[in-house]
Design a protein around this ligand. Structure first.
Ligand code: HEC
Length: 121
């Protein structure tokens, strides 16, 4: 009678492990959603004045629309670019200071606009 009991225990263990994984995924999902929301709010208070969003053309003629930025950069590339922009700007773009936490949020938001086929470039 030991074998069925062991099988039962093993099934229980697998079940518990599965739950933990699911809980982890949910937690990461919430953290990511919160990051995207903060990034969006930051973008709308600071960046949208020049970069625009949606179908409207960019308010600043030479500033690419945010969707364009999302297509052009991988999340890692964008993080590096925003760090450089916080120091020295970007050609025609003035220095726009951001903290590392703000940059993480902005990257999460901008990357969330990326179409799946363009992700990871
Ligand atoms: C005062 C206007 C202005 C503001 C505010 C501004 N930008 Fe820009 N940004 C520009 C312009 C103009 C360019 C294009 C510069 C060029 O290529 O000469 C640019 C370029 C960029 C690029 C590089 C795009 C590329 O295709 O290489 C990124 C990334 C970027 N901005 C992100 C941001 C983010 C994020 C914010 C908010 C934290 C922001 N910008 C706020 C004007 C602005």
């Amino acid at each position: 009678m030991l074998v069925p009991r062991l099988i039962g225990l093993a099934a229980l263990a697998i079940g518990i492990a599965g739950c933990a994984e699911l809980r982890n995924d949910l937690r990461l999902g919430f953290a990511e959603t919160a990051r995207i929301e903060r990034g969006k709010a930051h973008f709308h208070s600071v960046c949208v004045a020049c970069h625009g969003e949606g179908s409207q053309p960019s308010p600043n003629r030479i500033a690419p629309r945010v969707e364009m930025i999302a297509q052009r950069y991988s999340p890692q590339g964008l993080a590096r670019e925003l760090e450089a922009i916080a120091d020295v700007g970007h050609y025609g773009m003035p220095t726009v200071r951001t903290t590392p936490a703000e940059r993480r949020d902005l990257v999460a938001f901008i990357s969330s606009l990326q179409s799946p086929s363009a992700a990871g470039r």
